[in-house]
Design a protein around this ligand. Structure first.
Ligand SMILES: *Cc1c(COP(=O)(O)O)cnc(C)c1O
Length: 355
């Protein structure tokens, strides 16, 4: 069987080496005589897996000691509520930058808990750029300032972080985590659903500065309280055990490849091939310009809906799948996460040139 080139935005492609290793260990992990899926999350074997995963994540991402790593469930979408429930606890105010559908969803959810301000938006041009931020618009006593670092649907990313002073910067990094180094110390917290660049759906990773934990509002559900998970090493209840195991394998793979600096160089090379082609092509055109272009999610159009549909369907038949753009934007989108090999992008460009 031939594997396809999967350009899905998520759940997304995983490194073949990781899938093979998981297959090898499927029936019998180590000497345990069982699959990781069948293991008690309180067993010695599993404890070693979750601890190794956290250690690898800390190493790969250079996570400072004063940050907790939490392995949760509920997706990035649950964080849209967990962030305000846990952090909106002094002024009851927060700032949001609206750069796409996920940022807007985070903002709408935040508004259920306090006074949220949209300090900038790029909705006027279908979120095709990162808006300029004016510090005088920022709420000085906000409990946090929220951004979506990479906008999965619209294909933009922040290359400069807003200077929020003492207000903790919170970022949804679902579609760019592990794609390049992130200076964690610039953030109060970052969070990500695993299914883009880390592993299977079902695992959500939160990396949060310790001093921001422990002030959740009284009515916060126990399972939504960071403190509960921090105090219990993400084992308050059953964590997504298999997802954590796969993330561990993905992190080993990243270490083997030379870490996040290598990932960044590889991702820049892949993105340059596709953007380079889009900028030269007479048939296709990128929807985002300049430095706001995402390295991970690359939307493009022909300008003709029927031609877009024809392209998506012919590409699929040729083994390039999930190139259809998000239903809210149309056109095409190639998600080129870490695990997408450079050959996948080269062959896609060749296919596009022949289309
Ligand atoms: C996919 C995605 C989400 C939603 O993630 P779920 O895990 O499905 O809740 C949120 N934010 C961004 C940036 C995403 O890419």
């Amino acid at each position: 069987m031939n594997r396809v080139y999967n350009f899905s935005a998520g759940p997304a492609i995983l490194p073949e080496e990781v899938l093979k290793k998981a297959a090898e260990e499927m029936l019998n992990y180590g000497e345990s005589g069982q699959s990781v899926m069948e293991m008690s999350h309180r067993s010695k074997e599993y404890e070693a897996i979750i601890n190794a995963c956290e250690k690898s994540l800390r190493e790969v991402m250079s996570i400072p000691d004063n940050y907790k790593v939490l392995f949760l469930q509920g997706g990035a979408s649950s964080q849209f509520a967990m962030i305000p429930l846990n952090l909106m606890n002094k002024s009851g105010k927060a700032d949001y930058v609206l750069t796409g559908q996920w940022a807007k969803k985070a903002y709408s959810e935040g508004k259920r808990y306090g006074e949220c301000k949209a300090v900038a938006s790029s909705e006027d041009k279908t979120f095709s750029y990162i808006p300029k931020l004016d510090r005088s618009e920022f709420t000085p006593d906000a409990d946090y300032f929220h951004i979506c670092l990479n906008n999965t649907i619209f294909g933009t990313r922040f290359t400069d972080l807003p200077d929020t002073g003492n207000v903790p910067l919170i970022a949804d990094v679902s579609s760019c985590i592990l794609s390049e180094p992130i200076d964690i110390s610039k953030f109060g917290a970052i969070y990500a659903g695993a299914q883009k660049n880390m592993g299977p759906a079902g695992l959500t990773v939160v990396i949060i500065r310790e001093d921001l934990i422990g002030n959740a509002r009284e009515s916060t559900p126990t399972m939504f309280n960071y403190q509960i998970h921090a105090e219990n090493g993400s084992l308050y209840n059953t964590p997504p055990t298999y997802g954590i195991y796969i993330l561990g394998l993905v992190l080993d793979w990243i270490k083997d490849k030379g870490g996040l600096e290598s990932m960044k160089a590889y991702n820049e090379k892949k993105a340059a091939i596709l953007y380079g082609y889009l900028d030269r092509s007479k048939t296709f055109k990128a929807t985002v310009e300049g430095k706001d272009r995402s390295l991970m999610n690359i939307p493009f159009i022909t300008g003709d809906k029927d031609l877009d549909a024809k392209f998506v369907s012919e590409a699929k038949a040729a083994g390039f799948i999930n190139l259809k753009g998000h239903r809210s934007v149309g056109g095409m989108r190639a998600s080129v996460y870490n695990a997408m090999p450079i050959e996948g992008v080269e062959k896609l460009v060749e296919f596009m040139s022949n289309f």
